[in-house]
Design a binder for this molecule. Structure first.
Ligand code: NAP
Length: 283
């Protein structure tokens, strides 16, 4: 039987509506309009699209956004100076540094410079630590979006085996952390490029999360019949976007699956809006 589709677009729209409603209430009560400051360095075409989408999403959800565009030649010190200004600007609640940064800039130094209370991407070590301890201030957007999709789709995680492929700081590691937290209670296996026989682990997954960055890396026959498949990957192949999972054969075996596009991607932006609202409520 073919899998049912977890519609990230629909779930994200509902989340955005909730943010709009809460932002409207916050403004009526306090006059505060949650404000996201985005920083884009250079001319990477994909980054420009991502930042534009985030700006539009803010506008629709009743949030203010300001884009700081800096040239490719910006020095690390110039970028750090801008971040310090935004850190001390009381009208700014969230700061987003669009990645990737040009090669001459050290991303870790830059991301560490964002004030932890304005770190709406949840990349700062303080926020990563709080999340790992199960008392999050902000949840990392993509993994939080996945958790929301599982919850809305009534996917039971407790006691089930979740396999995450990928161990990046942005997706894989926090994804595994959220799935194993008390409350989610999955038993988690984390696979990466040095894992031997990934197929075997995939075949044991009740919940399979692919965050590899290789088009159609997970083959359809690696999916355990009845598994829930979450495809985080976004890969441009010629003129179309494909995920990290071989979609059609995987959908034949899975009970639920996320499409690409229209799956995890829209959820990431919705969670960024949620974090910006949370940041504004913290003052
Ligand atoms: P990343 O930083 O490149 O990490 C990829 C991970 O996959 C690494 O941990 C790597 O292992 C692992 N890997 C690479 N080749 C492998 C192999 N042959 N077998 C097993 N594991 C392998 O990528 P990322 O930032 O996590 O992103 C992953 C994908 O998600 C990309 O397609 C990206 O575009 C997409 N993404 C989507 C969203 C969204 O909103 N939907 C958000 C962020 C990212 P090692 O650590 O051993 O190198």
């Amino acid at each position: 039987m073919a899998a049912s589709i977890i519609d990230g677009k629909a779930i994200s729209e509902k989340t955005r509506d909730e943010v709009l409603q809460e932002a409207t209430e916050l403004k009526a009560r306090t006059g505060i309009v949650p404000h996201l400051a985005a920083i884009l360095v250079g001319n990477d075409p994909a980054s420009q699209v991502y930042v534009r989408n985030k700006e539009r999403a803010c506008e629709k959800a009743g949030l203010r956004s300001t884009l700081h565009r800096l040239p490719e030649t910006t020095t690390q010190q110039e970028l750090l100076t801008l971040i310090q200004q935004l850190n001390s600007d009381a009208s700014v609640h969230g700061i987003l540094v669009q990645l990737p940064l040009p090669k001459h800039i050290d991303s870790v130094t830059v991301l560490d410079a964002v004030h932890p209370l304005k770190d709406v991407d949840a990349f700062h070590p303080e926020n990563v630590g709080l999340m790992l301890q199960g008392r999050p201030r902000f949840l990392p957007c993509t993994p939080a979006g996945v958790m929301k999709m599982l919850q809305v789709s009534n996917v039971q995680t407790a006691g089930r085996h979740a396999v995450v492929i990928g161990r990046s700081d942005i997706v894989g590691k926090p994804m595994a952390a959220l799935l194993m937290q008390k409350g989610a209670d999955a038993t988690v296996t984390l696979c990466h490029s040095r894992t031997t026989d990934i197929r075997r682990w995939c075949l044991e997954a009740d919940i399979l999360v692919a965050a590899v960055g290789i088009p159609e890396f997970v083959k359809g026959d690696w999916v355990k019949p009845g598994a829930v498949v979450i495809d985080v990957g976004i890969n441009r192949v010629e003129d179309r976007l494909v995920g990290d999972v071989e979609y059609s054969p995987a959908a034949e075996r899975a009970s639920m699956i996320t499409p690409v596009p229209g799956g995890v991607g829209p959820m990431t932006i919705a969670m960024l809006l949620r974090n910006t609202l949370t940041a504004a409520k913290m003052i």
